[in-house]
Design a binder for this molecule. Structure first.
Ligand code: 48H
Length: 259
């Protein structure tokens, strides 16, 4: 068989556009494919929902690849270890009770694989730059563009998708919430109505608050992971990832109770 570059090109273009066309009306659109976004996608896909992750970078995994200071091990606590166990990510008990470690590459690749095989679609290299809001004041969708366009600073208008719910899982920068706060000041479901901002490192409080802060912050918009603490004013926790996994699971559960 002689390989033909035009057949290769057509196969890619047709495959991609089929995927894209099937993903214009979603149950849940997740912005950011870090640990919280991946677990949320996995749980929603397992429940049969049409769910997409838009990830700015080429690879999902966010801050999990690098463990702590590029030592590619992550730490999780007992409650979150159960999530990793169930997904077949191997954990090792540390010599202090209640702490477990896992290889960060195994964790990212396994959770990603499980989420995609459960039916979640990942669009990498796409950045979310805005949200769709009509007269009812509820978020109806996302405004997306190629990351390459964003990086090059080109003046290229974006496209839009529709969804029932958005999860902002963009990490420390809480990017989707930031757009909403800028365009509708004082309207977030936070104490001040605006972004409260991430606080100093305090792992024990931070891990608990991450779960508490995983909730709806604007009609149609949930926050998960580090974005939850950045939005509602929780501390950071350093390289312990249990709260991220549990937060993604909670966001998925809460949304599933509504759709
Ligand atoms: C598309 C976007 C956009 C955008 C960002 O940072 P993440 O790993 O997010 P979490 O919250 O799941 O996990 C946080 C964790 O990694 C961490 O940083 C911890 C525990 N820190 C503690 C501490 O003390 O420092 O992933 C977010 C992802 C990234 O892959 C971004 O590229 C992506 O979101 N992203 N994707 N459109 N506008 N903004």
């Amino acid at each position: 068989m002689k390989l033909d570059e035009l057949v290769i090109t057509k196969a890619i273009v047709e495959g991609y556009f089929k995927k894209l066309m099937n993903c214009l009306e979603l149950d849940v659109a997740i912005v950011g494919g870090g640990p919280s976004g991946l677990v949320a996608a996995l749980e929603l896909a397992r429940a049969g929902k049409r769910v997409v992750i838009y990830e700015r970078k080429l690879s999902v995994g966010g801050g999990m690849w690098g463990g702590g200071m590029l030592f590619n091990e992550i730490v999780v606590q007992e409650e979150a270890r159960k999530i990793l166990d169930e997904l077949d990510v191997r954990t090792t008990p540390y010599r202090v009770a209640g702490y477990y470690t896992a290889d960060s590459v195994e964790a990212v690749s396994t959770i990603t694989s499980k989420a995609v095989k459960a039916g979640a679609i990942v669009f990498n290299g796409i950045s979310v730059e805005d949200v769709v809001v009509h007269e009812d004041g509820r978020i109806q969708g996302l405004v997306i563009n190629w990351t390459a366009v964003e990086m090059a600073g080109l003046h290229v208008d974006p496209l839009s998708i529709h969804c029932k719910y958005v999860i902002d899982a963009t990490g420390h920068d809480t990017e989707v919430v930031r757009v909403v706060a800028r365009k509708m000041p004082g309207r977030l479901f936070t104490a001040t109505g605006n972004i409260e901002g991430e606080k100093f490192m305090s792992p024990d409080r931070a891990e608990k608050l991450t779960i508490e802060n995983t909730r709806e912050v604007f009609p149609g918009l949930y926050v998960a992971g580090m974005a939850a603490n950045a939005t509602f004013g929780g501390p950071r926790m350093g390289p312990i990832f249990g709260g991220m996994l549990l937060s993604g699971a909670k966001a998925a559960r809460d949304i599933l109770s509504k759709i």
